[in-house]
Design a protein around this ligand. Structure first.
Ligand code: ADP
Ligand code: MG
Length: 539
């Protein structure tokens, strides 16, 4: 028991603890530092970052979430902002930098309010009100007439400044075609678009395949390398004679028995292959292995076979060709077969790949992304992933907003009007929220080497009677972004504002950070005396 005058320790030795203002300031600082890090990458003129991991592997990127994922971040509040970026990535696939810098700015602005002795709960409440209002305003300023051209513009905006400059337009067309192809009842599952990247060619050589590309080669050189009018069987079990599950010993006393035994195995494999060719298949994709002898029979039957195909690829093949995935070769019938215009083994930068092409109305397609080097191809792939995300979101929601900081300025303006209708100290928080959103046009200007104060003043003035005026970062002028074709899905902004605000509110409400020592609790202390309840001993 604690005795008078003696301190009470309820936490294990080595625990770090920050309380009250210290906790707040420390968390805010960490969030600000993190936002500052990605800030320079925002927009078409944003710079890239080179990240080098412990093994010396390099990633060169402009993509907010990629930077944050690759960085080894330790601070708990900073980690919360990384989560904001990840959520943004999962929900929309774009706008990750925007989300993080808005969150950082919200916290920065809150510091001034804290200095004025406004209670963090009041600030958090004001932020929540502002975030809700911002969503309403977004709905009001959203643009609803979406056609294929708009979709292409959305894709192009998402790819701006990401190493795709030379081929932005053709790539945008490919992305839109791909997304429209896999769309079903207004919903898009982006998993049905496979992105296969290979270095060694220029961006312009990227192509959309109406089917699936499998990064594998045919299993036997005797097999045809090209099949037109392909009838495709998909098997998710091995084409082998099963080994006995239990350890069994087969005693062979006579050479004839051995012969019979081998022949029986051969016959079983032969029958399996016969089953496939009788069904009418001339192509086989197998998720598991194919026995050497079966390979031989398959090539004799003129069947192009590929083994150990990834499960995800098997699913895409099934969607693209309409083939059923069959578990037991005995059950295979002609009804299970899928179709493709052709299945061809092609060399792509020195490696064989199987192209399952010209599928009719495929529900899965593949984008073959090319870039001169690995790092270029990687960055283009990320740009294309962003573009796929935004096109899908636009198709699903049917609404876009202008880019170049236009919606942020429009929302800020209306939020400031709204603030006046609020009594009490929350009003100050709503105003701070409005100003925080303006960090987006400010940063776009800074990164383009344009005076950010002037730009903001011009933008605010232009928004007296417009909601689509944004900053043209290429000439520094305030321009109608809708007319300039710089548009983004509404969902990007909706999600960015929502998650930035929630993260800021959560960080603001923290007044105690208790971090256990990195060594973890001493196991000898745990589960000791019954009734101790795992509590460290009190002194
Ligand atoms: P994020 O990770 O947030 O998507 P980006 O680096 O992709 O960050 O930058 C997105 C911002 O760049 C958006 O505010 C968008 O409106 C703006 N933007 C994109 N293209 C243009 C353009 N041509 N002119 C002005 N702003 C643009
Ligand atoms: Mg982007």
């Amino acid at each position: 028991m604690a005795q008078q005058g003696q301190p009470i320790f309820i936490l294990p030795e080595g625990t770090n603890r920050l309380l009250g203002k210290d906790a707040q300031r420390n968390n805010i600082l960490a969030a600000k530092v993190l936002a500052e890090t990605v800030r320079t990458t925002l927009g078409p003129k944003g710079m890239d970052k080179m990240l080098v991991d412990g093994l010396g592997d390099i990633v060169v990127t402009n993509d907010g979430v990629t930077i944050l994922k690759e960085m080894d971040i330790d601070h708990p509040a900073a980690k919360m902002l990384v989560e904001v970026a990840k959520t943004q990535e999962d929900e929309v696939g774009d706008g990750t930098t925007t989300a993080v810098i808005i969150a950082g700015e919200l916290l920065k602005q809150s510091e001034e309010l804290l200095d004025m002795d406004i209670h963090p709960t009041i600030i958090a409440m004001g932020y929540r009100q502002a975030a809700e209002k911002a969503q309403e305003i977004l709905d009001e300023i959203a643009i609803s007439d979406i056609d294929t051209e708009t979709l292409e513009k959305v894709a192009m905006t998402a790819m701006t400044g990401k190493g795709t400059e030379k081929a932005r337009e053709p790539l945008a067309k490919l992305v839109v075609q791909a997304v429209e192809q896999v769309e079903e009842d207004g919903k898009v599952d982006t998993d049905h678009i496979k992105i296969e990247k290979k270095e060694g060619a220029v961006v312009e050589d990227s192509e959309l395949v109406q089917g699936v590309i499998i990064d594998k080669e045919r299993v036997h050189q005797g097999m045809p390398s090209e099949i037109d009018g392909a009838k495709i069987a998909i098997l998710n079990s091995a084409l082998e004679v099963k080994e006995t599950e239990v350890d069994a010993e087969i005693r062979i006393t006579d050479p004839n028995q051995m012969q019979a035994f081998i022949e029986q195995e051969e016959n079983m494999l032969k029958e399996m292959v016969a089953k496939i060719s009788d069904a009418g298949a001339n192509v086989l994709f197998c998720q598991k292995g194919i026995d050497d002898l079966a390979q031989h029979y398959l090539s004799k039957a003129g069947i192009l076979a590929v083994r150990r195909v990834k499960k995800s690829d098997i699913e895409k093949l099934s969607r693209a060709t309409g083939a059923n995935i069959v578990s037991n070769v005995e059950d295979l019938t002609s009804d299970d077969l899928g179709e493709a215009g052709s299945v061809i083994e092609k060399k792509v930068s020195g490696e064989d790949m199987i192209f399952v092409e010209d599928c009719k109305e495929p529900k899965a397609v593949t984008l073959l992304v090319r870039g001169s080097t690995k790092h270029v191809a990687d960055e283009i792939k990320r740009a294309i992933e962003d573009a796929i995300g935004v096109v899908a979101a636009t198709i699903e929601d049917g609404q876009v907003v202008a880019g170049g900081g236009a919606p942020e300025v429009a929302i800020a303006k209306r939020l400031k009007d709204y603030a006046e209708s609020i009594s009490g100290r929350e009003q100050l928080a709503v105003n701070a929220f409005a100003e925080s959103l303006e960090v987006v046009p400010k940063t776009l200007a800074e990164n383009a080497g344009i005076d950010s104060i002037d730009s903001l003043v011009d933008l605010r003035a232009a928004h007296e009677n417009s909601t689509t005026m944004g900053l043209n970062v290429f000439n520094g002028k305030v321009t109608d972004m809708k007319e300039a074709g710089v548009v983004e899905p509404k969902r990007v902004k909706k999600q960015a504002i929502q998650s930035a605000s929630e993260a800021a509110e959560m960080i603001l409400r923290i007044d105690d950070v208790i971090a256990s020592s990195s060594e973890g609790p001493d196991p000898s202390q745990m589960g000791g005396a019954p009734g101790a309840g795992g509590m460290p001993p009190m002194m």
